[in-house]
Design a protein around this ligand. Structure first.
Ligand SMILES: *Cc1c(COP(=O)(O)O)cnc(C)c1O
Ligand code: SF4
Length: 310
């Protein structure tokens, strides 16, 4: 993976919290020793582009292309590589697999960024929408934060109209990857507002990143803003064990403390589930927060008062 950012991101790179996610101005170069597969996704890629790791859910990598390359990306080994782009044959094989596996009722389009390759995603969704065993659709994207002007393009407008059509019948979730309040510029908020008119439910996912968002104040501000804009925080991740990015990894105890404070202070629909997708493991594991005193077994409430569990 090579360094890549958009002109838009360069224009807001005065914020180190934005710039350092892409290593524009950071000190740690992209390097070849980062090419591992921390979540062992390749072992679960049952047909080209389709990762079937959890029984009822499938993740489809539409391509390996993104508008900008995040330094800490879990798929750093693939991002930017043209090989990942699904061909017509690949799509046919995916469709066949989904027909053969009606237990898959929840399909997640990811990548790469499915909105960055809007025409291809449109083509894929046209084929998926006729598979009735799929009850829930999701798309993971970072494009509103990386290239918000793209949401004016014909290709994305067409994709959004198809999403709208599917969303009339079946729940459609769009998961925004966002890590810092500085990413929520006026332009990004306009792109997010455009998504909201298309019947989708907006969710967000965030990665804990040292020096960028490993503080209660930063995340409290981020989640408050998302809450105000109709985005429901979904997952807050411990950084995956991608080689070469240890400088981003936050201490688990510190993360637990921050996630505990967030839970105690934000609206119930404005705090995410704090999880670890364990290296070479199975499952996004929710991390227990500091609401229980392990020694006494007592519960600590939001004002720090302890209570016996009756
Ligand atoms: C994260 C992920 C999912 C979805 O998991 P949820 O916990 O349902 O959001 C599905 N497949 C793969 C391979 C994943 O990494
Ligand atoms: S936008 Fe997502 S998939 Fe693309 S480089 Fe960043 S983290 Fe990876």
């Amino acid at each position: 993976m090579k360094e890549k950012i958009t002109p838009y991101l360069r224009s807001i790179a005065g914020s180190a919290s934005v710039a350092n996610q892409y290593n524009a101005g950071g000190s740690e170069p992209f390097s070849d020793d980062t090419y591992n597969d921390p979540l062992h996704e390749d072992d679960h890629e049952v047909v080209k582009g389709l990762v079937h790791k959890y029984s009822n859910r499938a993740l489809i990598k539409v391509s390996y292309q993104c508008a900008a390359h995040c330094r800490f990306c879990t798929r750093i080994r693939q991002i930017g590589n043209a090989e990942g782009t699904l061909t017509d044959d690949n799509i046919n094989n995916i469709v066949t697999y989904l027909h053969q596996h009606p237990e898959i009722d929840d399909v997640i389009l990811s990548g790469g960024d499915p909105f960055y390759t809007a025409k291809l995603t449109y083509q894929l969704l046209q084929q998926l929408k006729v598979i009735h065993s799929i009850k829930v659709f999701r798309i993971g994207t970072r494009l509103p934060l990386q290239l918000p002007e793209a949401f004016q393009s014909d290709a994305i407008q067409l994709l959004l109209s198809l999403i709208d059509e599917i969303a009339k019948q079946r729940p459609f979730y769009i998961l925004l990857h966002i890590n810092h309040p500085d990413e929520l510029t006026e332009q990004a908020l306009e792109a997010i507002a455009m998504l909201r008119i298309h019947r989708v439910t907006l969710l967000s996912q965030t990665v804990f990143l040292k020096g960028i968002n490993d503080s209660f104040e930063t995340l409290h501000q981020l989640y408050t803003q998302l809450h105000h804009k109709g985005v429901i925080p979904y997952y807050l991740y411990h950084c995956d064990a991608v080689k070469g990015i240890q400088h981003f990894t936050v201490d688990i105890e510190k993360e637990k403390e921050i996630a505990t404070q967030l839970t105690a202070t934000l609206s119930g629909i404005a705090y995410p589930t704090y999880i670890i997708d364990i290296e070479d493991g199975h499952g996004k594991i929710p991390v227990p927060l500091n609401f229980i005193n392990e020694a006494s077994g007592k519960l600590t409430d939001f004002r720090n008062k302890e209570h016996e569990i009756k």
